[in-house]
Design a binder for this molecule. Structure first.
Ligand SMILES: NC(=O)c1ccc[n+]([C@@H]2O[C@H](COP(=O)([O-])OP(=O)(O)OC[C@H]3O[C@@H](n4cnc5c(N)ncnc54)[C@H](O)[C@@H]3O)[C@@H](O)[C@H]2O)c1
Length: 440
């Protein structure tokens, strides 16, 4: 089949490359000429493990190409996917659908034969109806179906998530559209991946409900972690104990500095606002958003308390800036709020992140960028670990101790063991576990 993918960002590029790997002929269209030019040179605009190889292989096989021009790709396509951004609208927190509707208008101009218009972007319930209306108004003669096909991939594991998903959700009641979608996902249909057909509105809502539920799990365990700290329990034991109950499940129960990223914050806010528009205040989500927001600055206060109550004039080394490992995505990363709060309290900040520093430069002010983890901590008064990159799990702790001016570590991802840190002579705090000081 022929696929046109509008938007070559995290979702469009990964999805486009994976559809090409399935054997379809895919054109990714992006209106950012620099991004398209880089892709044509074989340079990835994002960091995603395995993506460069997947793209190169499919470009070489002539199944994947990049352009800024929609016309030819849309004309040839059986399905035109919309994978553009849907950020929070500043005024009211609703999803900003300007890019989605613009894409719909552009598609309308190229509808000659029957085609699917498929939303991969995360869009509020009812958006598919509006896309159909926009296209029908512009092209009353056109034959098309609008399908919701939300994407559940996680940055950092995006290719595996797309190739081996827990499920594929397809929102359309149009039988012909269902057949095209089945054909597009044929390798997954063949290996018995659950393909969940729903009404379009149901599919749109599934994506938001899934993200809200996952954010709830994270927020819940974060609050239990706070209780563990006060009550003298270990949150990792508690999480394991509850996670083994298969009604709960073990995933998303790692206590930390709060969720961030390009999806959870904006999607929870959009779901909350959408609910209000339907006269349904979703109080649980309102609370989750507020708890998570407060948590980030609370993490800075935790660091300050661990540094003896003041960081004024101190140099704090920060390892990890991206909202999670294996991505360069800095959108809504907790590191930003934590670093800003530390700066507000008078600390000087030196940072290192394996992939996030390019984007960080445009977000963080007055921060020193180190060339690696060890030079970041050299002479610092404390080390704060914010993102659990693999490289930070394997630090030479003796070297860490010798480089730091004071052996003070705040591990906001619980990657080290408190007893071992105490034995090595660190003053160590983590999340939801006992705080320890140098043994002896
Ligand atoms: N990033 C994720 O992990 C993830 C996961 C699941 C779903 N989503 C959803 O997928 C959507 C896209 O997210 P993303 O992270 O890939 O965004 P992104 O910002 O990385 O990419 C969007 C791309 O669309 C391009 N674009 C915008 N309007 C265009 C137009 N009219 N024509 C051509 N190109 C256009 C932009 O230049 C940009 O390259 C969002 O709705 C998001 O919520 C994201």
């Amino acid at each position: 089949m022929h696929v046109a993918m509008i938007g070559a960002g995290y979702v469009g590029l990964v999805t486009g490359a994976c559809f090409a790997e399935f054997g379809h002929v895919v054109t990714c269209i992006d209106n950012d000429p620099a991004k398209v030019a880089a892709l044509k040179r074989g340079e990835m605009p994002i960091f995603e493990p395995g993506l460069a190889e997947l793209v190169a292989g499919n470009v070489a096989a002539k199944r994947l190409s990049f352009t800024t021009e929609l016309a030819a790709a849309a004309k040839a396509a059986d399905a035109v996917f919309i994978a553009v951004g849907t950020p929070s609208r500043k005024a009211d927190g609703l999803a900003d659908l300007a890019y989605v509707y613009q894409a719909a208008r552009e598609i309308a101009a190229h509808l000659d034969t029957y085609k699917l218009i498929v939303t991969k972007s995360t869009v509020p319930v009812g958006t598919g109806d509006e896309i159909a209306r926009i296209v029908s108004d512009l092209r009353p003669d056109a034959r098309f179906a609008v399908v919701s096909n939300p994407e559940f991939l996680r940055e950092g594991a995006a290719i595996a998530d797309f190739m081996q998903p827990d499920r594929v959700v397809i929102g359309t009641e149009d039988a012909r559209a269902q057949d095209v979608m089945r054909e597009l996902y044929r390798p997954l249909v063949a290996n018995n991946t659950p393909i969940v057909f729903t009404e379009r509105r149901g599919a749109e809502l599934i994506k938001y409900a899934a993200n809200a539920f996952l954010a709830t799990k994270i927020t819940f365990i974060n609050e239990i972690a706070d209780l563990c700290e006060q009550a003298g329990a270990n949150v990792q034991e508690v999480a394991r104990g509850i996670g083994l109950d298969n009604r709960i499940g073990p995933k998303f129960l790692n206590a930390g500095p709060g969720y961030g990223g390009s999806c959870f914050p904006k999607d929870l806010l959009a779901l909350l606002r959408t609910g209000l528009d339907f006269g349904v205040p979703i109080r649980s989500i309102e609370t989750i958003i507020s708890i998570n927001e407060q948590r980030k600055r609370a993490m800075a206060r935790k660091v300050i308390a661990h540094c003896g109550g003041s960081v004024r004039g101190s140099t704090i080394a920060v390892l990890g800036l991206t909202f999670k490992p294996d991505t360069d995505d800095m959108r809504e990363a907790p590191s930003v709020a934590i670093i800003t709060a530390l700066q507000d309290s008078g600390a000087r900040i030196r940072v290192f992140d394996p992939e996030g520093m390019k984007h960080a430069r445009s977000i963080l002010g007055d921060v020193d960028y180190a060339r690696d983890a060890y030079s970041c901590m050299e002479g610092a008064d404390a080390l704060v670990i914010i993102t659990e990159w693999d490289a930070f799990r394997k630090l030479d702790l003796a070297k860490v101790k010798s480089l730091l001016r004071k052996p003070v570590v705040a591990d906001l991802r619980n990657i080290y063991h408190p007893e071992e840190m105490a034995r090595l002579g660190f003053s160590y705090v983590s999340v939801g576990r006992p705080k320890v000081d140098a043994a002896g």
